[in-house]
Write a protein that binds this ligand. Structure first.
Ligand code: ARG
Length: 561
């Protein structure tokens, strides 16, 4: 829609000027607005207002008759209102596109790997991994809607010193053969030993030795590692499944072990890496970055080395055109170094690698929620709490929903609330965690979206059939809703281009508002047949777009609320 108007303005002013067309959020500024006259005024040294008047005439000369209802000059802006005819024709396109409305072929022939999740297994799952998982899954869905071939990729940390700690704790207690530990018991061992280790360097030494033994293939430690690995991975798989997340590929850091030596050797041979105090580093002076350490003085490889191998693998084996790393903002330096090194080594050419940063999760007191010495907020506990709280809200708001349906609905609302809270905030900022706001049926929160969707569905269910002929839209509330629907493809495009799911979240909220506003203002089921038919078509199409958008965000809908 907006592109259509942009090309009309463009046809009126000719090539070579930069301008934008927007959908103003403020009432009275038109359904669309352009700043093009400012660009002309700048070039001609004239007043924007005069240029806007002149441009308005030129646009009138190129647009089809009856396309706009009116065009107003306000300062240097030109504001547009579409005619009812244009709105109704546009709506016809949307409703016949149905579930394909919003899809694009922009990404055809391009492969994108989205890396997210990536927990450190053998350590308790923490909040940062929830953010990564939620944002990553949304980006995966958004990119797919734009026609890209997308691969979702999990890169769990399964090879770090946490295993040495756990093995040391396990051996210390001589638990071998006596009991079968669950993952939670292993994690408790880890947390407890880790806390004591901070005070006692001897314990740290023991853990380091266990890590070293593991990394050099000691069979006993390998066996313990495998056990912890599989317990941890199934725990993560359980949480991921509950969150509705799935990965096409999951390769832990240990997967890249066979490639590490080759990478270090090649970097040395080509003179890109040098020895420094026993370690091997890749200097990044020209890039104004600190050197990337790829091997420690005790010959151990690092997180960094693995990331070089993993990127090479994705670029060469999977032929990725683009890789998105959905990882907390605190790792920004690591990724800047990584991308610089990949270029130096020639593994990265014209493909695009992006660190999709996100901020911290802050509690109600605006302090970081995180794992602190022994005190840890487990992901499963957070999810359980969200679901419990959703159940309470449900008892109050929809007491008629009971039994199994209630449990299922609470599960969906609780998890959707967690996700939407995250996705509706700009991902780069720290996000606030406020249960009350998250579970609200009125404000910008998941339950409001789900409620709107269920309401639309219930109107449709009650409607049975509609008259064949419809009158088309004439009222403000109808037209506003129809225009909102026309915006969907633009929003998905913007969300993909900026890797910013919050554009989609914001849009779904606005669409919900427009629909609420519409069905409060206008009767649907009781309207006269031709009006009823057009309003039912609006409800149907809005329910399709709302459901599709909610699913792309990675949330689920319910039929009744
Ligand atoms: N496992 C890491 C962590 O929890 C995140 C991995 C990020 N991805 C990567 N390719 N380095 O901090």
């Amino acid at each position: 829609m907006i592109d259509e108007i942009r090309s009309m303005v463009s046809a009126a002013i000719g090539e070579g000027l930069e301008f934008s067309v927007e959908r103003p959020k403020v009432a009275g500024r038109g359904q669309f607005s352009t700043n093009a006259a400012f660009a002309i005024a700048k070039r001609n040294g004239a007043s924007p207002k005069d240029e806007a008047e002149r441009l308005r005439e030129k646009i009138i000369a190129v647009v089809p008759e009856e396309y706009f209802e009116k065009m107003e000059v306000a300062g240097g802006f030109i504001n547009f209102w579409l005619s009812n005819k244009t709105i109704n024709e546009t709506f016809k396109k949307i409703s016949s596109a149905g579930t394909t409305w919003g899809d694009s072929k922009k990404g055809a022939g391009q492969k994108v790997i989205v890396e997210y999740g990536s927990p450190n297994i053998g350590k308790p799952l923490h909040f940062g991994h929830l953010r990564s998982t939620i944002i990553g899954q949304a980006l995966y869905n958004i990119y797919r809607s734009q026609g890209y071939r997308v691969v979702s990729w999990n890169h769990p940390g399964d090879w770090g010193k946490q295993f040495g700690i756990m093995i040391a704790a396990y051996k210390e207690k001589s638990l071998e053969g006596k009991v079968e530990l669950s993952i939670n018991e292993f994690l408790r061992l880890y947390v407890e030993y880790n806390a004591r280790m901070k005070e006692d360097p001897r314990l740290e030494e023991i853990a380091r030795e266990e890590t070293r033994k593991l990394q050099s293939g000691d069979p006993e430690n390998m066996r313990l590692w495998r056990k912890i690995y599989s317990l941890s991975m199934s725990e993560f798989a359980r949480v991921a499944k509950r969150l509705g997340v799935r990965f096409d590929v999951s390769h832990g850091e240990s997967f890249y072990k066979p490639f590490l030596k080759g990478i270090v050797d090649e970097a040395l041979r080509r003179g890109l890496a040098v020895k420094s105090e026993g370690a091997i580093i890749i200097p990044l002076d020209e890039e104004n970055l600190p050197p990337f350490v790829i091997q420690k003085s005790d010959e151990a490889y690092l997180y960094a080395t693995t990331d070089i191998a993993a990127a090479k693998y994705r670029l060469e084996k999977y032929k990725a055109d683009k890789i998105l790393y959905v990882v907390g903002a605190e790792q920004y330096l690591h990724f800047e170094q990584l991308f610089a090194v990949l270029k130096k080594l020639g593994y990265l050419r014209d493909q695009e690698l992006v660190h999709i940063k996100f901020g911290l999760v802050l509690g109600g007191d605006a302090k970081k929620l995180s794992t602190r010495a022994g005190k840890h907020i487990s992901l499963s506990e957070v999810i359980n709490e969200a679901v419990d709280k959703a159940g309470k809200v449900l008892e109050e708001k929809a007491p008629e929903i009971k039994g199994r349906e209630k449990r299922r609905t609470a599960e969906i609302i609780g998890i959707d609330a967690l996700k939407y809270n995250d996705l509706s905030q700009n991902r780069t900022s720290n996000i606030l965690f406020d249960w009350e706001k998250m579970l609200s049926f009125e404000g910008n929160a998941a339950p409001y979206l789900l409620y709107t969707y269920a309401r639309l569905r219930s109107i449709l269910k009650k409607s049975k059939s509609a008259a064949k002929a419809s009158r088309g839209f004439t009222t403000e509330a109808e037209k506003r809703a129809a225009l909102k629907l026309s915006e969907f493809p633009e929003v998905l495009g913007r969300a993909a281009d900026n890797c910013a799911p919050h554009y989609l979240a914001e849009y779904l909220y606005e669409l919900s508002e427009a629909m609420n506003n519409f069905y409060h203002a206008e009767p649907v089921l009781t309207a006269e047949p031709e009006v009823r038919a057009s309003r039912l078509a609006l409800v149907r199409t809005a329910s399709i777009v709302l459901e599709k958008g909610i699913k792309i965000l990675g949330l689920e809908t319910v039929e009744r609320l």
